[in-house]
Design a binder for this molecule. Sequence first.
Ligand SMILES: Cc1cc2nc3c(=O)[nH]c(=O)nc-3n(C[C@H](O)[C@H](O)[C@H](O)COP(=O)(O)OP(=O)(O)OC[C@H]3O[C@@H](n4cnc5c(N)ncnc54)[C@H](O)[C@@H]3O)c2cc1C
Length: 248
Amino acid sequence: MTQEYPYNGRLSRWEEISPGLAIVAVQAIEEPFGFEPGQYATLGLMGAEKLIQRPMSISSSADDLSEYEFFIRHVESGAFTPLLWERSVGDLINLKGPKGKFLLQDDGRRALFVASGTGLAPFISMIETLRGRGLARDVVLLHGVSHDHDLAWRQQLTELEAGDGFPLRYVGTVSRPQQCPDWTGCTGRVETIVAAQLDAHGLTPETATIYLCGNPDMVSAVEEIAAQRGFLPEQVRKELYWPKGRAH
Ligand SMILES: Cc1cc2nc3c(=O)[nH]c(=O)nc-3n(C[C@H](O)[C@H](O)[C@H](O)COP(=O)(O)OP(=O)(O)OC[C@H]3O[C@@H](n4cnc5c(N)ncnc54)[C@H](O)[C@@H]3O)c2cc1C
């Protein structure tokens, strides 16, 4: 029998980026919780018998608790995201947080952010929080997706890079360029452009910390490159979105 669950959040925004990919915001109905940029919340919806909960990185600024923003991929074979895709703005949801230790280190070093797919979310929160606080951090952000239309925040990041308000270098790369006739930028999975980007921006173990988020195969591929370049394990921070070896 389906149990009632005390939902404590409400879907407040749904912005479709491309089919099956959305920026989704949730408002806390009760007192909102504070969080550090890079942390995640757990979203939950009632399935047939129980609450199905999944961790989701928060993409919004840690200084704006009016709603929590997420960047979510619909996984057809999944348990949670098909339930979420049946919901719409105004519907109730369970929200718990904050959790996680994927934090921007207070080390004053340059940062290489490497994201695959929705793994961009915590980096948007980090950049937005720094910007809002008037803090600068030299950031090189690499975002790998299948198709150019999956490059969420592309316009904002391109504008940020072109302006002089924040020291950002932003590179998007698409792994299926043959299906993207208008795309003229980098091609290939994001791990394949890391070595060249380290060289191009002079990012070394002496100067930079590497942050990896998303697909576990991307994370291990970049860890290997970083180790070959002499980065110590503590100079490579990581958030894996699912266990390595699981089909995706
Ligand atoms: C700390 C943490 C933060 C996360 N943050 C996000 C986030 O910001 N956005 C997000 O979409 N997901 C995120 N995830 C993954 C998320 O928790 C779910 O696994 C995902 O939403 C799918 O849920 P599901 O129940 O529909 O399918 P599941 O049964 O959980 O997953 C089924 C399979 O789908 C694949 N998969 C899972 N997540 C993704 C994904 N994002 N993109 C492509 N394939 C995937 C994997 O192969 C996985 O084994 C995060 C996971 C962790 C551990």
